[in-house]
Design a protein around this ligand. Structure first.
Ligand SMILES: NC(=O)c1ccc[n+]([C@@H]2O[C@H](COP(=O)([O-])OP(=O)(O)OC[C@H]3O[C@@H](n4cnc5c(N)ncnc54)[C@H](OP(=O)(O)O)[C@@H]3O)[C@@H](O)[C@H]2O)c1
Length: 214
């Protein structure tokens, strides 16, 4: 997923540093070579970016972000777009959620890095759809959760560059609402198995506003 987002960002003309645990990560180096970006550690990526995209394995996201913060407050004041899902595959497939109901990975990240401006988004679609929403026809939607309205606006702008118009972005509210978007993912996995493709998404259909009754 990091590669899909980074490639789209580079194609759009953004300056991208692909972070990994190891600065010599061969996959990241190959991506940088092919896409005119740079590869480095998680801390290199976090210190470079105006926007930090957290596309790390959910069960390791907090330790990856601790490395990104690097003891230098690299995440302080930064918009952190959190696209992870807290999926635990240790019991095989389908995975289970490692956090749910009364908490979420996004809330854990916001609590661990209180100066970061965390926005949960994109976790409800597969990577190819994230960066190319036209792969799926119709007025399907994405969700955003976070405490900082300006950060959500910044992320919405980036999503607009990816091809998601503002009218198809649903602001669910504060970071606590991220738990509901994360808890959708087990249904996403069932749909993936039932439909035989990952290229699908949710469209919301509302009733017209009812006239006031006399
Ligand atoms: N794939 C999708 O279509 C999709 C869709 C929606 C949401 N997501 C979510 O996006 C995130 C990334 O998914 P993915 O499919 O790209 O691959 P992934 O295997 O879940 O994550 C790979 C990333 O996690 C890091 N990582 C792995 N083990 C780690 C550890 N022990 N400590 C620190 N960092 C570690 C990797 O770093 P290194 O480079 O150093 O190995 C790499 O940055 C996940 O949370 C996933 O649930 C994925």
């Amino acid at each position: 997923m990091g590669q899909a987002i980074a490639t789209r960002l580079a194609d759009l003309g953004h300056s991208v540093v692909m972070g990994a645990r190891d600065a010599a990560n061969e996959t990241a180096a190959a991506w940088a070579e092919a896409n005119g970006g740079r590869a480095g550690t998680f801390a290199d990526a976090a210190s470079h970016g105006e926007i930090v995209i957290n596309a790390t394995a959910g069960v390791h996201a907090l330790s990856a972000l601790a490395a990104a913060d690097g003891g230098q407050d690299n995440l302080a004041g930064k918009v952190v777009a959190d696209v992870t899902n807290p999926l635990d595959f240790s019991g095989g497939f389908p995975p289970v959620l490692s956090v749910a109901n009364t908490n979420s990975l996004a809330e854990q990240i916001q609590a661990a890095f209180p100066e970061a401006r965390v926005v949960k988004t994109l976790n409800t679609v597969t990577a190819a759809v994230m960066v190319n929403p036209d792969l799926v026809p119709g007025e399907h939607v994405l969700f955003l959760s976070g405490e900082d309205p300006a950060a959500k606006k910044t992320v919405a702008g980036l999503l607009g560059e990816f091809g998601w118009p503002a009218g198809r972005l649903i602001d669910l509210g504060g970071i606590r609402s991220a738990r509901t978007a994360e808890m959708y993912v087990p249904l996403w996995v069932s749909l993936y198995q039932a439909l035989g493709t990952a290229n699908f998404n949710i469209a919301i259909v509302k009733a017209e506003a009812e006239e006031d009754e006399e």
